[in-house]
Design a protein around this ligand. Structure first.
Ligand code: STX
Length: 315
């Protein structure tokens, strides 16, 4: 079993202004002359944590990580204006050209897989290998499963807390009901909705419930950006022109080396999506980790991903 590399600090950090209002925090970690890889975090709105630096051999890789619009250290915090999938795709290009990188590998899980696929489909010539985990294609059925009905049947106890802030009359459409509250001018309403939304996701992300993860997701700052940005993207159907946009366009990346690592018992982004993606990209490698849920930090997921970042670390 492979474990994360040791804790490491960036050798360079900075901010890049990407629009009238948004500036993004980025960091570079590892070997400045190593093979470049961009790390795409989840959510949208999840932001970076230091452990994300540790999935790559730092003597071999030049690892670029950034906080997407409105989260982490990027500013303005929790901002929804000028915040779309296609804005993020163009941000990834701005960071690449700013750092004078010709091509890079792409590493992303969950929403990071969504945006990784959208980026690779738009700019396939800029991509080396793709490392994708906990596949999320942002189709209606995936949103419905987690935020309307499906996962509710596996975690009926935690579901009660998710349902609580929404009156019975609005429960036929939780995403809309939450969106109304997450964009409320009343900070109390916004806060209550943000923490319930985020705790639901935090408490279902590992195979075995982890109260520490659940409470971290409920912290005010994190929850506000995470819940608002996620709900904004889901209300807008991911800003995709059709429900199956990603699957319908993957032929543009069929020449790339792609590994898909998926927890068998992922209830946030069920394995059906990883399977559909693998079927659409038959040359991709798919690993269904037998004893894992959604989280990047679960042992089997971590190990398989690092096996591949090690294997594909040579330029
Ligand atoms: N959202 C799934 C996702 O991308 C539907 C995600 N879930 N939790 C996270 O991301 C973080 C661990 C990054 C907060």
């Amino acid at each position: 079993m492979k474990e994360m590399y040791p804790e490491i600090s960036p050798y360079n950090t900075g901010f890049i202004k990407v629009s009238e209002i948004h500036s993004l925090y980025f960091e570079e970690v590892g070997n400045p002359n190593g093979k470049p890889v961009v790390f795409l975090h989840g959510g949208p709105g999840g932001g970076l944590i230091p452990n994300y630096r540790r999935y790559f051999n730092p003597t071999k890789w030049r690892i670029i990580l950034f906080d997407q619009r409105g989260c982490g250290q990027s500013t303005p915090f929790a901002e929804l204006n000028e915040n779309t999938t296609w804005d993020i795709v163009s941000d990834i290009e701005k960071i690449r050209t700013h750092l004078k990188i010709k091509q890079w590998a792409v590493f992303g899980g969950s929403w990071g897989s969504t945006i990784g696929l959208a980026y690779a489909i738009t700019h396939p010539e800029k991509c080396l290998e793709l490392f994708l985990r906990g596949i999320f294609l942002l189709r209606k059925k995936e949103i419905d499963w987690f935020y309307q009905e499906g996962c509710s049947k596996i975690f009926p106890d935690l579901w009660e807390d998710y349902v609580k802030p929404i009156p019975v009359s609005e429960r036929n459409d939780f995403v809309s009901a939450y969106y109304k509250r997450l964009t409320s001018p009343d900070p109390k309403v916004r806060k209550m909705a943000a923490s319930a939304w985020s705790i639901w996701e935090g408490s279902t992300s590992k195979l075995i419930y982890d109260s520490e993860v659940a409470s971290r997701f409920g912290e005010d700052e994190f929850a506000d950006a995470f819940a608002r940005i996620e709900c904004h993207y889901f209300t807008n159907k991911g800003f995709f022109s059709e429900d199956n946009f990603l699957l319908n366009n993957v032929s543009k990346i069929k020449h790339l080396k792609i590994v898909i690592v998926q927890g068998r018992y992922d209830v946030v982004c069920p394995a059906e999506s990883a399977w559909d993606l693998h079927k659409a990209l038959p040359d991709s490698k798919l690993y269904l980790v037998a004893d894992a849920g959604h989280s990047l930090s679960e042992k089997g997921i971590t190990s398989k991903l690092i096996e591949y970042t090690d294997k594909w670390s040579e330029l």
